[in-house]
Design a protein around this ligand. Structure first.
Ligand code: NAD
Length: 301
């Protein structure tokens, strides 16, 4: 793997983290976003990340500044990718935006450039044609708070070149990730293929009044030795995310999910109980409540 220059397209929540982590591990990074306002927000996000890296990883001021200095911020796509060995796309999860982006990208990127998508819900084959180089395209999917939650799911589609797949696995390791290869396309990758049905099973037990939140969590924790049960996990993920998934299934006609969506809305969302982020979900979080009362920003906690 000879990658040196990496372009991260889209500098929102995940893009800014991917860019900073990559720079922190010594690569040259260009960040591409649609305009200067978006790039200004990216700079702010990355300045906040410098603080997190010092606090969470014990990085020195010199290290966090050197990483920042390896990043350039560019809103011209051809300039941003002129030297790119690899592009990591982290733009909004909207099919048309991604398709249009890949069509433009394939016209301006050098032939050597490998394209990857950080999409959480789409499959790479959906965009393979638009990239103009299906054999050099695959998914490279990170988790939020990449510097701590350092998984990288690397998923090929049927036409991805095996050599390219192996190179991207090497790259993921080089930026400090635990590389998790998926040899075939799978919606939700590995993590959500396991987690979503597990969390839904727990919610159905509650919805059908089989057992209460504490009992369901206790059962899972004691019987499997797991430190957290499904409802503690749901509070971290956010009840709004669980609701969106339930609503999607209800709209697709999956039985019982209309009842689940309604229950989550009336019992939790409408009462402001979104999980840990709001201080209350399936459980109450006194530490978060206290922060809220004092008006302390949670962004850094
Ligand atoms: P976000 O909304 O925070 O950021 C998107 C960024 O893309 C913004 O800076 C926006 O200005 C920019 N953008 C919009 N259109 C663009 C275009 N045409 N070209 C370049 N940039 C453009 O989104 P996010 O949460 O960072 O998610 C980005 C991708 O990462 C999605 O595919 C999502 O599924 C995936 N992802 C998100 C998370 C998460 O926890 N947020 C986790 C894993 C994967």
């Amino acid at each position: 793997m000879n990658y040196k220059n990496i372009t991260v397209a889209g500098s929102g929540v995940l893009g800014s983290q991917i860019a900073y982590q990559t720079a922190f591990k010594g690569f040259n990074v260009s960040i591409y976003d649609i305009n200067n306002d978006a790039l200004a927000r990216a700079k702010e996000r990355i300045i906040n990340l410098k603080i997190r890296y010092q606090k969470d990883l014990g990085a020195t001021v010199e290290e966090v500044n050197a990483a920042y200095d390896r990043i350039t911020f560019i809103c011209d796509l051809s300039e941003a990718v002129a030297e790119a060995d690899l592009v990591i796309e982290a733009i909004p999860e909207i099919v048309q935006i991604k398709t249009d982006f890949y069509k433009k990208l394939c016209e301006v990127a050098p032939d050597k450039t490998i394209f990857t998508t950080n999409s959480s819900t789409f499959l790479p084959s959906q965009f393979a044609e638009a990239t103009g180089r299906p054999e050099k395209f695959l998914a490279l999917h990170f988790a939020n708070e990449i510097w701590k939650n350092n998984t990288a799911e690397i998923m090929k589609h049927s036409r991805t070149d095996m050599h390219v797949f192996d190179e991207v696995i090497e790259f993921a390791k080089a930026i400090g990730m635990v590389a998790l290869p998926l040899y075939k396309e799978q919606p939700g990758y590995i993590l959500n293929s396991l987690l979503v049905p597990f969390l839904e099973a727990a919610q159905m037990l509650l919805l059908n009044e089989i057992a209460d939140v504490e009992t369901i969590d206790k059962t899972w924790m004691i019987a499997t030795g797991s430190p957290k049960g499904p409802f503690k996990t749901l509070d971290i993920v956010g009840v709004n995310t669980a609701y969106n998934i339930a609503l999607g299934k209800a709209e697709a006609g999956v039985t019982e999910f209309d009842r689940l969506a309604e229950f989550l809305k009336s019992e939790y969302l409408d009462k402001g109980k979104l999980g840990r982020q709001t201080g209350e979900g399936f459980y109450s979080y006194q530490d978060v409540m206290k922060h809220k009362k004092l008006g302390v920003s949670l962004a850094m906690s």
